[in-house]
Design a protein around this ligand. Structure first.
Ligand code: CP
Ligand code: NVA
Length: 303
């Protein structure tokens, strides 16, 4: 049974294979080809947190592959409250062919995977967002970025999106820098895992040093879902970490700016940069669809 709970569930070869499949599916879709490897099959989508991109791309992607998606809002299922997580996993496995879960606590998606007899896909937890990282690196791969020569700079909170970006960057052989305020660095486990892959990871409190000469500048909100109570403290801690035009000018002229979205415009990124010529945020958003279709097809369609 193959799950996608963490980027660490994937090998280098599997990631490259997913890029190839995503590219084929994207080109096929644009050429009007119809393919139905999911015919007669269904995915359950359990979301404990709000979503635009992840929900729509998993639902639409499943439909485009000939399958059916069943959306379950958090209150309906009551993961761990109305029913234990293992019991939910065991029951869903009787009816559906895959489980997509966006959860408050990473442990929940780990437990779903442990007890399910069908593939489980992490659609965001407080620790990781592997589907986002796949779409992000697919976007860079499509643009022909040579990962072994690239430097990717994360500016902001060492959060779930940062963790998956660093872990996949390490798998692909990129050099990584993270500029985070003290106390907001990526988790020690993620840092260790990145370095264990032989990747270079530099940590700094200076966004300008991180941006200088980078090929990719990436940021995300300073207050993630579930951290709303810390918003005032975080706004203060992250002053100076905004990606604005002055910061972008320090990066390579060919650099791209990335953001998983949703953005808090005017906080971690300015309108001018988000909507500017170096921004690839809409390519990332589009590629969520194609990258996840590749995951569904490879993990479920061919079983
Ligand atoms: N990037 C992302 O996961 O967006 P949603 O929260 O809207 O799904
Ligand atoms: N770090 C953000 C990502 C949203 C897609 C959050 O967890 O809210």
């Amino acid at each position: 049974m193959k799950h996608l709970v963490s980027v660490t569930d994937l090998s280098h070869e599997e990631v490259l294979r997913l890029f190839e499949v995503a590219a084929e599916l994207k080109a096929g879709r644009k050429a009007g080809h119809v393919t139905a490897p999911l015919a007669g099959r269904a995915l359950a989508l359990i979301f404990e947190k709000p979503s635009l991109r992840t929900r729509v791309t998993f639902e639409v992607g499943t439909v485009q592959l000939g399958g059916r998606a069943v959306y379950l809002a958090a209150g309906e299922v009551g993961l761990g409250t109305r029913e234990s997580v293992p019991d939910v996993a065991r029951n869903l496995s009787l009816w559906v062919d895959g489980i997509v879960a966006r959860v408050n606590r990473h442990d929940t998606v780990v437990s779903l995977a442990r007890h399910a007899n069908v593939p489980v896909f992490n659609a965001l937890s407080d620790h990781e967002h592997p589907c986002q990282a796949l779409a992000d690196y697919f976007t860079l791969w499509e643009r022909g970025l040579d990962f072994s020569r690239a430097r990717i700079a994360w500016i902001g909170d060492g959060n779930n999106v940062c963790h998956s970006l660093l872990l996949m960057g390490a798998l692909l052989g990129a050099s990584l820098t993270a500029a985070c305020p003290a106390g907001y660095e990526p988790s020690p486990e993620v840092q260790a895992s990145v370095r264990a892959k032989g990747a270079r990871l530099d940590l700094t409190h200076d966004p300008r040093a991180a941006a200088a000469g980078a090929d990719v500048l990436y940021t995300d909100v300073w207050t993630s879902m579930g951290q709303e109570g810390e918003r005032a403290r975080r706004l203060e801690a992250f002053q100076g970490y905004q990606i604005n035009e002055a910061l972008v000018r320090l990066a390579r002229p060919t650099a791209v700016v990335m953001h998983c979205l949703p953005a808090h415009r005017g906080e971690e990124i300015t309108d001018a940069v988000l909507d500017g010529p170096q921004s690839v945020v809409l390519d990332q958003a589009e590629n969520r669809l194609h990258a996840q279709k590749a995951v569904i097809k490879e993990f479920i369609g061919d079983r």
